[in-house]
Design a binder for this molecule. Structure first.
Ligand code: HEC
Ligand code: HEC
Length: 411
């Protein structure tokens, strides 16, 4: 009798327990997971994945469908629910979280953690099968990688930040205080144009975006491009020529950034190629004097080849590009160290490292027909080759004085 009674009790306990698990998993799904799907706020993933990844991608219409497809994708650990890959995705936080994003992330984490714990214990949910298996990001992995925030900041560093030295004197709060009071500028005026966050390219990019200096509908109309390229009025005057290397780099970044924020990439084939060369500031400068007057304002590029004992380097070790000064028969530019992207030399290059002293061949290209003005993507080549000059010896950093060469003599 006693025995009988006992097993009856066990039976009741087991069935209520499983009934409760079922109820609570479903309750949790309805009250805490579905609202994430229906929310108009982006999920915490979008702090790092600027396109193509959202926690909403992982939530289906029913808990069975959701659970089965997360399990199928290896995102749920049946034995150790806390080690589920989906939870590690949610837990991933940027170094500096905002209070708002931290709160949102914690809510998502606790919701999924509670539901996964309940669901693995619920035999019906745990055994659910999926027919569609369509949950998760729909974009190819290459696109997901390309649109990650760390990659985007990497592209900003490569295309814009490397030459930020040309903007900091007026746009970094650390250096532009002297502008306060000049031309009736108040502190507020100068603070309003202080979009450079010192030593922090990621924060600088955010600030450029938030202050409206990047136009994601029409990226080439962005003020961060039109002002320094002289296409619109700029308190600092033109800083680089339309069609120059810097112009190409700014445009490469802006076009890609806008496409990412607009979720335009659907296929790996649509992703842009990175530039063929990598380049870093050397702090060295080059000046060419005695240029014919008719070349005033034309774009000039100097490619710098290094002597390697028995021949010139196959690809340039350095490059410099700028418009020729008006009537002064003179051209000057800072020098970048360069190498083909996948070369051994590219891996060794570092910012602010001068080219070593020695023997160099400087090949000069002049855009006599203003081809880059008609086509900003045009790259000066053999047709624009003007002449070459050899130099030897040490090459000091700074521009007082720069390395000075004479234009090749022509008749
Ligand atoms: C703090 C930044 C950050 C956050 C937030 C973040 N991720 Fe990621 N994610 C990364 C990085 C970095 C990678 C690169 C590959 C790696 O290290 O796993 C990645 C990779 C991925 C991948 C692809 C895996 C692969 O093989 O490349 C997916 C899918 C993914 N994350 C989904 C998510 C989801 C879903 C969320 C939100 C719940 C999220 N991530 C939140 C930084 C983040
Ligand atoms: C000699 C000082 C000076 C330098 C150097 C300079 N600028 Fe400016 N810039 C200004 C001044 C002054 C303004 C405010 C007047 C205006 O909008 O043109 C300004 C405005 C801007 C704005 C609009 C800012 C805003 O929020 O309204 C952008 C974007 C900009 N500059 C980009 C650049 C970039 C990029 C560089 C470097 C390649 C650069 N500037 C270099 C002086 C400078």
């Amino acid at each position: 009798m006693f025995r009988y009674h006992f097993s009856f009790l066990v039976l009741i306990l087991v069935s209520t327990a499983s009934l409760q698990a079922e109820d609570s998993a479903l309750d949790l799904f309805r009250t805490r997971i579905s609202p994430i799907l229906k929310s108009s706020n982006p999920s915490s993933c979008t702090e790092c994945h600027l396109s193509g990844v959202d926690l909403k991608n992982y939530i289906g219409d029913t808990q069975e469908e959701t659970f089965a497809s997360l399990k199928e994708a290896g995102l749920i650990d049946m034995k150790h629910p806390d080690q589920s890959k989906l939870l590690t995705f949610i837990k991933r936080a940027p170094e500096k979280q905002t209070p708002v994003s931290e709160k949102a992330r914690n809510l998502e984490y606790e919701a999924f953690r509670a539901w996964i714990h309940a669901a693995v214990k619920d035999p019906k949910v745990a055994a659910a099968k999926t027919e569609t298996n369509q949950l998760g990001p729909t974009l190819p992995l290459e696109v997901i990688r390309h649109t990650r925030q760390d990659r985007v900041v990497g592209s900003f560093v490569e295309n814009v930040w490397t030459e930020i030295g040309r903007c900091v004197s007026c746009h970094s709060a650390e250096m532009n205080r002297k502008m306060i009071g000049r031309n009736d500028n108040t502190k507020e005026d100068i603070d309003a144009i202080s979009w450079v966050v010192p030593r922090n390219p990621a924060a600088t990019l955010d600030k450029l975006y938030e202050s409206g200096n990047i136009d994601t509908d029409d990226p080439y109309a962005s003020l961060m491009l039109t002002k320094p390229s002289g296409l619109s009025d700029h308190g600092g005057g033109p800083k680089f020529a339309v069609g120059s290397r810097t112009d190409k780099n700014y445009r490469r970044f802006l076009k890609d950034y806008a496409a990412i924020l607009n979720d335009e990439y659907q296929d790996a084939k649509e992703l842009p190629e990175p530039s063929k060369q990598v380049a870093f500031i050397t702090k060295q400068n080059l000046r060419i004097v005695d240029l014919p007057e008719k070349f005033g304002r034309k774009l000039l590029r100097a490619d710098i080849y290094r002597w390697q004992g028995d021949k010139w380097s196959e690809t340039p070790w350095g490059t410099a590009e700028n418009a020729i000064a008006g009537k002064r028969h003179m051209w000057q530019s800072y020098v970048l160290a360069t190498a083909p992207r996948d070369s051994a030399r590219a891996k060794k290059l570092k910012p602010e490292t001068p080219l070593p002293g020695g023997r160099y061949l400087i090949k000069i290209y002049i855009d006599q027909e203003d081809k880059v003005k008609a086509d900003r993507d045009y790259v000066l080549g053999p047709k624009e080759f003007y002449g070459q000059v050899e130099i030897k010896g040490p090459w000091k950093v700074g521009y007082q004085p720069p390395k000075i060469i004479h234009a090749p003599v022509k008749d």
